[in-house]
Structure formats: structure tokens, C-alpha cells
Design a protein around this ligand. Structure first.
Ligand code: FE2
Ligand code: FE2
Length: 328
């Protein structure tokens, strides 16, 4: 018997969110149909659509479902660094593909902004757009020029301002990269898996913004992101931890299952991370692969919560703490 993808059972309080991990050009006309078939209430894109893939972003912008999106480092691939501008395939005096992508998504892009879904009683707040991750402030000229942001403290303030301005009491944070604090091993959700492996490559500004948002009394059921692909570079096998929970119950989900569309003998299979929210709490997270008929070919439960009991296999981490002023 085929498993039914839609598991809503308890009325309007139950919300199903599809998180679309790093697309890297793997998105086609079947994806909107698959999302309709799944019956999701909200779609979240973590960015890395392609390398400044304007046409793909245009296709995303036509999605006929509530959605919000972050942009990733690859979405400013030819713009954010000197290497990128040197290898840029288009005439930069005539065109600006980063600006085109931002224009296409408009208010659906939540970097340093929020988008509120009042019918779902939640706001989605974006972290730093186009993040490469890591403890150093990179692409300083790009952030100065495009966003008037000069460093981590500034960036934190912009994210906090977006969360504060968001009218909902329930905030979902959406970033390309996750926050600092999820572990410093290569296999941790934001762990560095290249060169000298190891080290926490999360975004410190996102961590600080989450901590500040907690302190204002808002609920943060979910922080979701991509960037650090599930297949670790040094092993090319799935070893990365994709989810952890902090002591406040916030679920941190890395959705970057790349490539997200694969060819099989039965046709194309595509993945989605599915998050169920009940009463403003994450109750279930799955990574599913749909076959060409949109049946669930495989489903992996990453998290389930019943009666406040978190399974013992889920890593529990401390909640982000407010940065002390001395560190500013
Ligand atoms: Fe990526
Ligand atoms: Fe990325």
C-alpha cells in the first residue's frame, strides 16, 4: 500500500511546511504539482537556486502556494567576490542578475525582512541573505553596497529588527546557512567539511538574533536552512546531522539534501523536507523522496514529538544565549 503523503489529522492547528533544500538547478515543472499533491500549507526555500539562476528564480516566483525564500551564496556567485566578478558570464555594466533575482521574488524574499502568513498565524524571518557561512565577515563590499550592512553586529540588528517588526508571536527563522552553536564537528549541521575539517561554520548573527528574539518572548518553533550539503565532502556519504533541538524546544533543520532530484530506473525522484507544526510546535520532521507519480518512494523521520517527549536519538543543544555587550 502506498503511504499517503498528507498527514493532517487535527484541523487548522496543524500546518505542514515543505522546506526546499539547495536546489542547484534541480527544479522542474513537476515540483509545483508535487507540492500541491502533498497539500502543504507553506513552502520555504533555503536558497542556492543555481549560480545566479535568474530563469529558475523566475519559475519559483510563479509558485501558486504561500512561500518565502532565502538567497544563498550561489545566488550571488558572480557578484559577491572578486573571483566571481572576474568569472562573470554577463556584462556587469549592462545587467545585474542579483538585483533581477531580488526583484523577481520581491516580498517573498525574507533576507533581513519578514513575511507574515496571518492565516497560519506565523511570520517567517530571514537571516543574512547570500550567506557563505563562517566566523569571519566576508564579502564586506557586497554587503555594504547592497544592504548597507558593515559587520556581524549590524547584521544581527537587521535580523532582530525584522523579527521585532513581524506581527506574529510565532517566528520561523529561514536562512541559507544555519546559526552558530549547532556543533563544531564536520558532521554537525553547520560543521565545516573541507580543508582543515571541523569548526562551527554557522552564522553568528543569526544565532544572536534568535537569542534576542527568545528574550522578547516570541515563540521560535523552527529554524531552517541549507548550505551545508548532507553528503560530507570527504566521504561523499550521508553523515551530516541534519536536525537538532535546543532546550527551548526549537528545532534546527538542515534541508540541503543535494542533488534534490535524482534519476532512478523508475524515473525522476525528488526530495522535500516536511515539517508538521501543531499548536506552534514542531511535532514531526521527515525527509521524503517522491517518485514520478508523487507517491512517497522513501520517507525518513528526522524528528517526532509526542507529549513533549523528544526521542533520545535527537541531539539536544543549549539555547542560544544573548551576546554580552563586552563582546560587541
Ligand atoms: Fe548549496
Ligand atoms: Fe550555499
Amino acid at each position: 500500500m502506498t503511504e499517503q503523503p498528507h498527514t493532517h489529522t487535527s484541523g487548522p492547528q496543524s500546518i505542514m511546511i515543505a522546506v526546499i533544500g539547495d536546489i542547484h538547478d534541480a527544479w522542474d515543472q513537476e515540483d509545483p504539482k508535487a507540492l500541491q499533491h502533498l497539500g502543504v500549507d507553506l513552502v520555504l526555500f533555503v536558497g542556492d537556486f543555481g549560480n545566479e539562476a535568474v530563469d529558475l528564480v523566475r519559475a519559483i516566483s510563479t509558485l501558486d502556494l504561500p512561500y518565502a525564500a532565502a538567497f544563498g551564496n550561489h545566488d550571488a556567485w558572480y557578484t559577491a567576490t572578486p573571483w566571481g566578478t572576474k568569472n562573470c558570464p554577463y556584462d556587469r555594466t549592462q545587467e545585474d542578475w542579483v538585483a533581477q533575482q531580488l526583484d523577481l521574488l520581491g516580498e517573498a524574499h525574507v533576507g533581513y525582512a519578514h513575511r507574515t502568513f496571518s492565516e497560519l498565524d506565523l511570520s517567517v524571518v530571514g537571516g543574512r541573505p547570500f550567506s557563505w557561512g563562517g566566523p569571519d565577515w566576508r564579502c564586506a563590499g557586497f554587503y555594504q553596497d547592497r544592504f548597507d550592512v558593515t559587520g556581524f553586529a549590524d547584521s544581527t540588528a537587521r535580523i532582530v529588527a525584522a523579527a521585532t517588526a513581524a506581527p506574529s508571536e510565532t517566528i520561523i527563522f529561514l536562512g541559507h546557512n544555519g546559526p552558530t552553536g549547532l556543533g563544531d564537528q564536520a558532521e554537525d549541521p553547520c560543521g565545516k567539511d573541507w580543508k582543515q575539517r571541523g569548526g562551527d561554520y554557522g552564522d553568528p548573527d543569526l544565532r544572536d538574533a534568535i537569542a534576542t528574539t527568545y528574550s522578547t518572548g516570541k515563540r521560535v518553533p523552527l529554524v531552517t536552512f541549507g548550505h551545508m550539503h548532507h553528503n560530507l565532502r570527504h566521504t561523499q556519504t550521508v553523515l551530516r546531522k541534519r536536525l537538532c533541538v535546543d532546550v527551548n524546544g526549537t528545532v534546527y533543520l538542515n534541508a540541503a539534501c543535494v542533488p534534490r532530484i535524482v534519476k532512478t530506473e523508475q524515473g525522476l525522484h525528488r526530495n522535500f523536507s516536511l515539517v508538521t507544526l501543531q499548536n506552534h510546535q514542531v511535532t514531526d520532521v521527515k525527509l521524503v523522496w517522491l517518485d514520478a507519480e508523487f507517491n512517497i518512494a522513501s520517507s525518513e523521520t528526522l524528528f517526532t514529538r509526542s507529549d513533549e517527549l523528544v526521542p533520545s536519538s535527537t541531539p539536544i543543544i543549549p539555547a542560544p544565549v544573548l551576546p554580552s555587550l563586552a563582546n560587541e
